[in-house]
Design a protein around this ligand. Sequence first.
Ligand code: MSP
Length: 499
Amino acid sequence: MSRYYLTTPIYYVTAKPHLGHAYSTIIGDALVRWHRLLGDDVHFLTGTDEHGQKVHDYAEAAGKSPQEFVDEIAPLYAQAWERLNISNDDFIRTTEQRHKVGVAELLQRCYDAGDIELDVYKGKYCVACEEYYTDDELDPGDLCRIHKRPVEYYEEENYFFRLSRFQQRLLDWYAAHPGAIKPEFRGNEAIGLIKGGLRDFSVSRTSLQWGIPLPWDAKHVAYVWFDALANYITAIGYGSDDATFQTWWPGRHLIGKDIIRHHCVYWPAMLMSAGIEPPEGYAVGGWLLVGGEKMSKTSGNVVNPLDLVDEIGVDGFRYYVLAETPYGQDGDFTYEGLIGRYNSDLANNLGNLLARVATVVGKKCDGVGPAPSPDSPLAAIAATAYDTTAQAWDDVQPSRALDATWSLIRATNAHLETNEPWKAEPGPAVDAVMGDALEALRIVAVLASPAVPDAAQAVWERIGLPGLVTDQRLPQAAAWGGYPGGLPVVKGESLFPRR
Ligand code: MSP
């Protein structure tokens, strides 16, 4: 059994989750659901990033202590993920004790290795990014390029992580691990950052108390990114439960394109310094834009994912997020796009196929599903659909995976239209067509379950199959001929009513 440890970024708890956060979390969830179908031993982590200047400032603006503030916001994330059917195995908050212990351990190891040293920092800082910038990284007027707002001038005594020492080691590691960053063009971007030269980065603040103190100098608290990145190992026991840590690490990270530098440059160097293996891989997503702009609390163009769920259902929303935008590229969220996808792919394709099959089996086969024929023309189409779907999930391309799965739905609808079983007299010819359509639906339920888990289970049950579709294992479950026949098929309510 292979081990598959996947993480999402941990989200700043400055406000409730928005569509952009839901985006990366849903991609992660679909991926781990696919890996569970493959029989992998999966551990899926998400959580919240609760320290640092930005969270501190938001708490202050709300008239709360930072702890009170994060205790109110963090549960909104956990609740949203529950509502979106996110199957995370753990949820880490960086204010938890297990995290503090692990961060202290990681800092100490890097310090003992001689890679953290005291120095004075003078420079420009974007609080929204929690990042220092040089003049050539800023827009005119000293505006942060991401947040379009002025940076602040900081001057303080900081401990620095000697990132500059890691350039060659990082390049060697990436050379030895081709394809570690997906999609490839994002990998090239990370290599470009490393080749462009690495600046040491500050890992502590004295101006701020809201963070984890450095174990050897408690006047300083750890820089929020050092603290945050460590969640990926502290959650699985680094510094507190070594056996569990050894079981899961190294893991894989799902990130947004805005945090490539932290994850693909800082983080592996920090780990190398501490004598820990770098992550196994990364998948880097683009941004989901609204009206061409990045959705963010700071820009004020926030879409609440839970409003969309109320409107279109959990599966409708998940499907849209996964199917609409090729992973790695930016996508533009539009309400029309959401409804359009829902109607075309879910209502007209999947929903309609199930309804038709159940109706015809009810009328022409006494409601009992016939077995498929081994030499059905749909068998080869199903085999290709499986291969393409599996390859696309492996490449972290959910939109391609779903398109491949949906090709089997489209082919099955076309097969029905060609044969018109609803016009024929009951008998072996109708049974053959319906058995094949039921078998296609069975395979579709398995392959679509990472994206639309509730609908997949509903299809499974309505065609009379017992148990949970999530208990199926690939590739066996995608092999043609698994539908046994003789099972009760029920029509039920429309799975995806048209909007
Ligand atoms: N707390 C840091 C991450 C620390 S991970 C060790 C952070 N938090 S964040 O809440 O601002 O964003 C987290 C992730 O959500 C980022 O990777 C970001 O790309 C993603 N998204 C935030 N807004 C997004 C969109 N509008 N679209 C897609 N993803 C977006 O950064």
